[in-house]
Design a protein around this ligand. Structure first.
Ligand code: NAI
Length: 317
């Protein structure tokens, strides 16, 4: 395989004033990228702000001979971050949706503002940045999006209902971007990392933290962001030198006959069969449903296409 290069590529990394994002920026710059280092420089809970976080990373990149510019906008003003890229470098090719905060609390005690703010920063922030970049991606027929999910989103985690919801939301978001972007050479994938940062330094013991350097996550992020990557809509779990893919698995399931009436009790009676994974499939497309569902789905798509208000021209048939 030839060397991965980001020469002539413009990369936005959000939340890049520290932790994982900072490391990505340094690596992208080493490989020739023009980097927008975004960070509003707030606390772990998302309070306050300070330009120094982004500026320090920009200084480090420039001191090493790289190209970078700082951006201090909230990801919720994603259009302004993309504006920074366009104003300085003419366009954007890669977005790493990485900015994040924590407002952990047991669900019974979690306040609505803490639920909403976490969804806002992670999910709506990623939406705003990606939405602003999308026209550039389509026009230049090139775009790479990496959404930062989390094992807490894939599996759930005590005290993180807000964070888990946002993180799995990012996975679904990337899955659909992948489908809509494919014909424009836009690839959107998700990573679920574990790394040493201010997010984990108080929850994991030092011997484990020692193994969790951000440099062990960056190689995957750079690969997925590069020309070399052809994967789209996938999810990867990465930490401490471990790289793996996560995918959905559907059990063989049961199918009641269309003319059969079935009750809650009838479903309950066959629950072992419903949960039997011996004959499982690994679905990636909505249309790869059970044949019965497929017919139904295609009928619905065909009907929806007749509606003047729906632009589903790119939808699978
Ligand atoms: P971090 O706290 O060092 O980095 C997050 C950065 O986002 C901070 O520099 C912060 O100032 C910035 N930020 C927060 N709100 C922002 C906003 N509204 N606009 C712009 N920037 C904002 O933590 P870390 O660990 O580097 O996290 C990076 C990403 O990785 C986050 O999305 C996090 O949820 C995710 N992640 C991290 C894991 C870990 O083990 N460290 C595990 C799973 C996911």
């Amino acid at each position: 395989m030839s060397e991965i290069s980001f020469k002539d590529k413009v990369v936005i990394v959000t939340g890049a004033g520290g932790g994982l994002g900072k490391h990505y920026c340094l690596e992208f710059a080493k490989k020739g990228a023009k980097v927008v280092v975004n960070d509003l420089g707030g606390s772990l809970k998302g309070e306050g702000g300070n330009a120094k976080a982004a500026d320090d990373v920009v200084d480090e990149i420039r001191a090493a001979g790289g190209i970078a510019v700082g951006d201090y906008n909230n990801v919720l003003d994603g259009d302004k971050i993309v504006e920074t890229a366009v104003k300085n470098f003419g366009t954007v090719h890669v977005i790493i949706n990485n900015a994040g905060i924590l407002r952990d609390a047991q669900f019974k005690k979690m306040e609505e503002k803490d639920f909403k703010l976490v969804i806002d920063v992670h999910l709506n922030g990623a939406y705003k940045v990606t939405k602003a970049a999308w026209p550039y991606f389509r026009k230049q027929k090139y775009g790479r999006v990496i959404n930062t999910a989390s094992p807490a989103g894939l599996y759930g985690n005590f005290g993180q209902a807000n964070y888990s919801a946002a993180k799995l939301g990012l996975v679904g978001f990337a899955e659909t971007l992948a489908k809509e972007g494919e014909s424009y050479n836009i690839k959107a994938n998700s990573i679920a990392p574990l790394a040493r940062s201010r997010m984990t330094e108080k929850v994991l013991p030092p011997p484990i933290l020692e193994k969790l350097g951000a440099e062990k996550v960056a190689p995957l992020v750079l690969y997925l962001s590069s020309d070399a990557n052809d994967l789209n809509g996938q999810i990867f779990e990465v930490a401490a030198g471990f790289f793996s893919q996560i995918r959905w698995e559907r059990s063989g399931g049961i199918l009641f006959k269309p003319d059969e009436t079935y009750t809650a009790e009838a479903v309950a009676k066959r629950f072992d069969e419903i949960m039997d994974f011996d004959d499982s499939k690994k679905p990636e497309l909505l249309k790869n449903q059970h044949p019965f569902m497929l017919n139904n789905y295609q009928d619905l798509i065909a009907a929806a296409k007749q509606l003047p208000s729906n632009d589903l021209s790119g939808a699978p048939t």
